[in-house]
Design a binder for this molecule. Structure first.
Ligand code: NAP
Ligand code: 3JM
Length: 342
């Protein structure tokens, strides 16, 4: 096995720390690991197992001799450094939205479209967390029965908005129980004009607002799903909501299949054997996925599969996954593993 020199940009963040953990846990063949962040945390020590790593500031020269660079430090950092890394011979696996819709850049979920990796030009994009878990669960249905429409509402955890958002939920929960004023500074988006409490609340805004009244998170889900499935004709619409959950995104998903006569049992069978998907669906024993129990799990969990009472080809389901794992770090490491296979 050829050992690789690895860099992680954003290594001190919610996603970056999980990328390192997954690389170690999955025995990724690593010759060296460089942990990169901003100047603020240069010198910080990060421990994984019995190894201690020292964080360095990200500069263009950081990528000399790096084979694979994982980026999860925000879109502007990827814009600034991803091409510097490629120019020095690295392959970049980017967790931000910076290059996802660039036609030259494959947008990859290994269970769905691994073949698109072949045409990469140095940068490979990891989709948005909410998109990944949805397309991974729907791929076996799409393969067998076709998909013409998806309507999704998300129930997203604060960890998707970074380490500061996790701190904000915990601090506001303490303020609430101590009957103090709740202070909001991060959610719904650090760059938004107004901030609202997330503790004991639900905020129907993730990222900033874009065209037609949809937020950028909603546009990411709609556009990325079409690109990953390689099908512009699928009708996709999304509503994205932030909840006071630390980890694990949940999604209520309505689909319409192409084929006639499909049953709930057909959908169960298709998903039960699919890689990375676990069915948890038994109303008689109150068995269904929940984010609290998906934390630290690799799979995408599906339950509450029901036929729509009014639409012959319509079904509803509930999809849950750890947003920092399959939604981000694990999917990125699986992309790197696919690169090694080739
Ligand atoms: P986070 O917890 O806030 O961590 C941000 C990381 O970026 C920290 O390591 C921070 O380092 C680093 N950073 C900030 N400014 C930097 C700079 N100028 N140069 C180098 N490093 C810098 O955020 P997170 O949740 O890990 O998310 C990070 C990014 O990953 C997001 O902004 C998003 O683009 C992407 N993301 C993708 C998904 C997905 O769905 N695939 C999910 C979540 C996040 P310091 O310690 O020095 O501040
Ligand atoms: C998840 O500062 C930024 O550009 C980060 C915004 C962000 C993104 C993004 O657009 O890359 C925060 C959280 C994502 C994402 O995965 O799309």
């Amino acid at each position: 096995m050829i050992m690789k020199n690895i860099a992680i940009v954003g290594a001190t963040g919610a996603v970056g720390t999980k990328i390192l953990e997954k690389l170690v846990e999955r025995n990724f063949p690593m010759q060296s690991v460089k942990l990169l962040a901003s100047a603020r945390s240069a010198g910080t020590e990060i421990k994984v197992g019995d190894q201690t790593y020292i964080v360095e500031e990200t500069v263009p020269e950081s990528f000399e001799s790096v084979d694979i660079a994982f980026f999860s430090a925000g879109g502007s950092v990827s814009q600034k450094f991803a091409k510097e890394a490629v120019a020095r011979g690295a392959i970049v696996i980017d967790n931000t939205s910076a290059f996802r819709m660039d036609p030259e850049t494959p947008l990859v979920v290994p269970e769905v479209n691994p073949h698109t990796l072949q045409k990469h030009q140095g940068i490979i994009a990891n989709p948005n967390c909410s998109t990944i878990q949805m397309v991974a669960a729907l791929q076996p249905i799409r393969e067998k029965f076709g998909l013409k429409r998806i309507i999704v509402s998300t129930y997203q955890a604060v960890s998707g908005a970074g380490a500061e958002a996790i701190d904000e939920l915990q601090e506001q929960s303490r303020q609430f129980s101590d009957r103090k004023n709740i202070e909001a500074a991060i959610l719904p988006s650090a760059s938004a004009e107004k901030h609202y409490p997330i503790a004991f609340n639900a905020i129907p805004q993730i990222d900033m607002f874009g065209e037609a009244g949809y937020t950028l998170e909603e546009w990411k889900m709609m556009n990325e799903t079409k690109k990953i499935f390689g099908d512009d004709s699928i009708a996709v619409s999304a509503t994205c909501v932030r909840l006071p959950v630390v980890s694990g995104h949940s999604e209520s998903v309505y689909i319409e299949v192409e084929k006639e006569g499909v049953t709930v049992e057909d959908l169960h069978q298709a998903m039960a054997g699919a890689p990375g998907v676990t069915l948890q669906d038994d109303p008689s024993t109150q068995f269904y996925p929940m984010p609290l129990f998906a934390e630290d799990e690799d799979d995408v969990f599906v339950g509450r599969v029901r036929k729509d009472p009014n639409e012959a080809k319509g079904f509803h389901m509930w999809i849950v996954s750890d947003n920092l794992l399959k939604g981000a770090a694990l999917n990125s490491v699986q992309i790197a593993e696919k690169l090694l296979e080739r």
